[in-house]
Design a protein around this ligand. Structure first.
Ligand code: KIV
Length: 271
């Protein structure tokens, strides 16, 4: 990919977007609604992820396990209505791809019909049959390995993964398995940078890191983290703005103007 986004961003183009082949790092950000999609589009990102992190960032849940297919279809459709140029990838929520292949393909199709060009699912070798079924139904699949938030209970919390040699090796095995099954890209979350680098080196499709170090073929951040809407954020987040504080200040100024009678002014009144 060139330094700036080349439209349209397609699955075949992305599949080849390895940095070792000379491509610029891919830029992905989450968005959950039309205004968010417009901002991401205007900023020139390559991919918009309608993440199941809508749970924590928008819907007020403590974890992503509460998110339903209805939630994901609703937010995917809102993003798609903005008609953004970046590729829209939508998360398959927990339990939407765990039961059987038919259920998985139906759920994938629901997100595609809502406006996504691809779906993302969490897990390694255990997800191979579902990935194969989605790909056979012409639904492009992005994988997600490492700290997989839908496994929060099984992992015993949001912990960095792949810290010992065996766990790191297992992640590389998983990455190869899901790529062989048809994933066109893989998100790697919450692993030591050496593990992010090893996985990136071991597969021929791009890796997109979040807390996985600089060697990945791209990076993804959560909209609300990078713009400063969340009070706390993990170590790997860089805040590029403090919009949460800016919003409070703006709204407090409005409240003060209403209470003092300064709003509305003559120019803001119909005569
Ligand atoms: O839902 C999400 O925001 C994600 C990113 C953390 C990759 O899956």
């Amino acid at each position: 990919m060139p330094e700036t986004r080349s439209a349209p961003v397609t699955v075949p183009k992305l599949r080849a977007a390895k940095r070792r082949a000379g491509h610029a790092p891919l830029v992905m950000v989450t968005a959950y609604d039309a205004p968010g999609a417009r901002i991401a589009d205007a900023a020139g990102v390559d991919l918009i992820l309608v993440g199941d992190s809508v749970a924590n960032n928008v819907l007020g849940y403590r974890d992503t396990l509460q998110v339903t297919m209805e939630n994901m279809a609703h937010h995917t459709a809102a993003v798609a209505r903005a008609r953004p140029e970046p590729m829209i990838v939508a998360d398959l929520p927990w339990m939407s791809y765990h039961l059987d292949r038919v259920d998985t393909v139906r759920n994938g199709a629901t997100l595609i019909r809502a406006g996504a060009q691809a779906v993302k699912l969490e897990g390694g070798s255990n997800r191979v049959p579902m990935i194969e079924a989605l790909v056979a139904a012409e639904i492009p699949v992005m994988g997600h390995l490492g700290l997989t938030p839908q496994s929060v209970n099984a992992m015993g919390g949001y912990r960095v993964q792949g810290r010992d040699d065996a766990a790191a090796h297992a992640l590389t095995v998983d990455a190869k398995a899901i790529v062989a099954a048809g994933c066109f890209a893989v998100v790697i979350e919450g692993v030591p940078e050496s593990v992010g680098a090893a996985i990136t080196e071991s597969i021929d499709v791009p890796t997109i890191g979040i807390g996985a170090g600089p060697a990945c073929d791209g990076q993804v951040l959560v909209f609300h983290d990078l713009l400063g809407f969340n009070d706390t954020a993990p170590k790997f987040v860089r805040r590029y703005a403090d919009l949460g504080a800016d919003a409070v200040a703006a709204m407090a100024a409005y409240a003060a103007d209403v209470r003092s009678g300064a709003f509305p002014a003559d120019a803001e009144v119909y005569h």
